[in-house]
Write a protein that binds this ligand. Structure first.
Ligand code: GTP
Ligand code: MG
Length: 278
């Protein structure tokens, strides 16, 4: 099992990708920082802040269709109030009205009034940068996939009305001081789940779900949580789904995989992990 208190997750290509953003930034008009709306804290790379100076900065809370609508509202209010970016938008990569709203925000932020606006999209892996660009250009030119590290290099893509987008590989920061961050990023598929023990990961996720969204667990697996400890919830799910090993023992490995996959694919409904402080 991996050590869980100080997660080191910073492959060499991420350092390179970060440097490449630094090299391009002077040619950019607008920096679009993409977060995952389910984890607005954990998906915020503190190293990206340094690129925002002297650039217009749009913060997108993407995958808002997977996040709790009540929390979405709270986060939007809180982030707008903090004024950390020139604009904050709740976003879903495949939503046509949101695409239009982003185009008009980009035009608004184009303060130098350039005919051709250059935008750079950055963020941690798997938050939907490439999917957003595909929507904006109306073509599937950037490769996407529900796993970290799909985009390997930078790529310029252009809309018909002269907005240029630079797609960049997802970057993390060298060390997570808070151990819950690594866990949360693994749940949403932004770091490879192979660096953690899968049963621990699923156990921590279930603990969170039982505390914050118990009815979703009951509905999805058709079980009652009444009076159950987390390990007993695993037993109940394994039994209900027939996930047994030879000899009739519960198969915690397959049960863990199923829970993690269900969460990653949004099968447990709209869930926000980083709750907005009141
Ligand atoms: N439900 C939902 N899925 C989304 C959204 N945006 C992206 N996705 C999915 O999330 C996965 C990751 O999307 P990508 O565009 O490849 O993410 P990326 O940020 O470019 O990832 P890297 O290139 O690895 O850094 C894909 O399966 C997308 O279809 C969204 O708003 N809602
Ligand atoms: Mg990508």
């Amino acid at each position: 099992m991996q050590k869980r208190d100080a997660v080191q997750w910073y492959p060499g290509h991420m350092a390179k990708a970060g440097r490449q953003i630094g090299e391009k930034i002077k040619h950019i008009d607008i920096l679009i920082e993409v977060l995952d709306a389910r984890v607005p804290v954990a998906s915020r790379n503190p190293d990206i802040h340094k690129f925002c100076e002297h650039r217009q900065h749009i913060l997108l809370l993407n995958k808002s269709d997977l996040a709790d609508p009540v929390q979405n509202k709270k986060w939007m209010t809180a982030l707008k109030k903090r004024e950390e970016a020139d604009a904050v938008m709740l976003f879903t990569a495949f939503n046509a009205p949101m695409k239009k709203a982003l185009v008009s925000e980009i035009r608004k932020q184009n303060i130098k009034n350039r005919a051709q606006v250059k935008c750079l999209l950055c963020g941690i892996p798997n938050v939907g940068k490439s999917a957003i660009i595909n929507t904006m250009i109306g073509k599937k030119k950037a490769q996407t996939g529900n796993r970290p590290g799909v985009t390997k290099g930078q790529q310029w893509l252009q809309t018909e009305d002269n907005i240029l987008f630079l797609d960049t590989p997802g970057i993390l920061w060298p060390k997570f001081d808070d151990p819950t961050i690594g866990n949360r990023l693994a749940w949403i598929g932004s770091i490879k789940d192979t660096i953690f023990d899968r049963e621990n990961m699923a156990g921590d996720l279930m603990q969170f779900l039982v505390a914050h969204y118990p009815e979703r667990v009951e509905e999805r697996y058709d079980i009652s949580l009444q009076g159950k400890q987390v390990f007993e919830v695993f037993d109940a799910i394994a039994q209900k789904k027939g996930l047994l090993m030879k000899g009739g023992l519960y198969d915690y490995g397959r049960t863990s995989d199923m829970i993690l996959k269900d969460f990653k694919n949004g099968q447990l409904g709209r869930i926000t992990i980083d709750g907005c402080p009141e």
